[in-house]
Design a protein around this ligand. Structure first.
Ligand SMILES: [Fe+2]
Ligand SMILES: [Fe+2]
Length: 255
């Protein structure tokens, strides 16, 4: 299992708070910072899922996941814009949605959503590091994210509401109303926010799964993870084969 050092946990927490500070405007900023700081100890050590084969099922995994989603969402938003999307959402809305999309995994002040699995067998053989706390009411994570924000008197826009609620995209049947659109343009979402945050979440979860698969599977502990960056293949690096060169010359010879 991935184990973060106290310094890494602290740095991740600082990045999390910085995102709020840098992107969220008052009066929500102060409320959001107070909510998270008051619960710092729980948030610092929360996992992002219960099963190793899902993603980030280790202490500190939640903040790492949310930071990754936030960072990805900012870049993906810029990419959508470059590809011509009018976006119809603001930077603050995208970051607010990313920061709070999985907040429901907090549970309640009294009951955490994930509790360490007492069964060593299940931890070792099935990767079930945490189990879902049965003491909590039956409520989907995105709904609980919104519920917690409402409880704190933290307001959100329509874009943010829809973005948090539907961040699992079509993996969740309940989102069909929002995403399966009708034939008329007015039945489609007005903003690209949901697609941006969903893409960011999918990519982050996949990368986290790959990190576990390649570094910590089979009980491997704290093996240094070396991120592999896809090699850019350019024409200069990949000379044409002799036959391709001959064909090129045949086509474009000037003499
Ligand atoms: Fe989620
Ligand atoms: Fe997520």
């Amino acid at each position: 299992m991935k184990e973060l050092t106290p310094e890494q946990l602290q740095a991740n927490w600082q990045e999390f708070l910085d995102n709020i500070n840098n992107y969220v405007e008052e009066p929500r900023k102060a409320k959001l910072l107070k909510f998270y700081k008051d619960r710092e100890e729980r948030f610092l050590f929360m996992p992002a899922s219960g099963n190793e084969a899902f993603h980030s099922a280790y202490p500190g995994g939640y903040v790492e996941h949310v930071n990754r989603v936030t960072k990805a969402a900012i870049e993906i938003m810029a990419m959508w814009s470059r590809f011509g999307s009018p976006l119809n959402c603001t930077d603050e809305e995208v970051v607010f949605t990313a920061i709070n999309h999985d907040l429901g995994k907090y549970g309640t002040d009294e009951q955490p959503y994930y509790i360490p699995n007492p069964s060593d067998w299940h931890r070792k053989n099935q990767g079930k590091i945490y189990e879902n706390n049965q003491a909590l009411a039956k409520m989907q994570v995105p709904d609980r994210s919104l519920f917690l924000l409402i409880q704190q008197g933290i307001t959100f826009t329509e874009n943010e509401y829809i973005g948090i609620k539907t961040h699992d995209g079509m993996y969740d049947e309940a989102n069909k109303y929002y995403l399966a659109g009708g034939f008329h343009w007015s039945q489609k979402l007005k903003s690209s926010l949901t697609y941006i945050v969903h893409q960011a979440d999918m990519m982050a979860a996949r990368v986290e799964f790959e990190e576990w698969r390649d570094n910590y599977r089979d009980g491997a502990d704290n093996k240094v993870s070396k991120p592999k960056v896809a090699k850019q293949v350019t024409g200069a690096e990949k000379p044409l084969s002799a036959s391709a060169t001959a064909a090129f010359d045949e086509l474009f010879k000037t003499n």
